[in-house]
Design a protein around this ligand. Sequence first.
Ligand code: SF4
Length: 355
Amino acid sequence: MNARLNQIEQKILKKERISAQEGLVLFNNADLLTLGFLSNFVRTALHPHRRVTYIIDRNINYTNICVAQCDFCAFYKKVGSPEGYVLKKDQIARKIEETIALGGTQILMQGGLNPALKIEFFEDLFRFIRNQYPTIRIHSLSPAEITYVAKISRLTLEQTLIRLKEAGLASIPGGGAEILVDEVRRKLNANKTTTSQWLEVMETAHHLGMKTTATMMFGHIETLEDRIEHLVRIRNLQDKTGGFTAFIPWTYQPNNTKLGGEKASAFDYLRTLAISRLMLDNVPNIQVSWVTMGAKIAQVGLQFGGNDFGSLMIEENVVAAAGAGFRLSLDEIKRQITDAGYEPHQRDMEYNLLN
Ligand code: SF4
């Protein structure tokens, strides 16, 4: 095994792409520090400076009513529930104004699959935001929401994306990818997008000139093989389109969910972060997840392939509902980055530096 590990390490140090099998050999056999060394080598080659970026944006969960009812979700309410809501335009406007006052440049609107909200709702909302707040980027709607809006509006995926883009949608967050292996997705929840539907939304968006991110939620029922398969699917699409700006691996948060179980350990998180950096040689940026892992592990993550501290997260309700309780102010984010030995810089969704 040592000879095999050595061979794979040499490949990485020569900046060659590693295969799925080689990624799995590393995942199963390499020790933590070796993974840290290798992923930091790749990260430094891609980002030779000492900059670590962050974005100031706000999650706005415009509705919690959802027909998908994923087993790992603690956020949704069923149709007709007295606790269900849809935010009104003036409530959203207030949240955007607070975001701008804090130096924010973007809103990330995500919500449940609500049968009452067809495409006209989003077109009207996006036009309103674009006209009232032209400096704010609308980075919103995960592939599951877009697929669902297309379905209930009786439109093709492409028609839906073109209309949303014309109304002001600038880019799409990579949420809802969970693990892009259908067998795992079926076990987690039968009502949500399939692997190919998720990838199709991203591919269509990329072809329409929209950038997107990609995520992976791990540490539930999937195997290490499944995680590698997920990474290969992202890598293959990125080879075709180049439309992903960043990859964000984060751990499943079990509190208040039907699925239950334990949280993945920091050890597992750091190994997976490193493997993500090593496999995704064509995705420029990898985010650490301080919201789910806390600031200390996020700092360590900067030595395991991460080059971005993610978002200030002015408001986040979905993982908070499942027990992720970490909160940081802007000054704390900057301090965490500085204390880890890097320079903090604010960025936009496309990783242009803003300061
Ligand atoms: S994760 Fe999203 S799609 Fe699934 S139940 Fe929660 S809100 Fe609905």
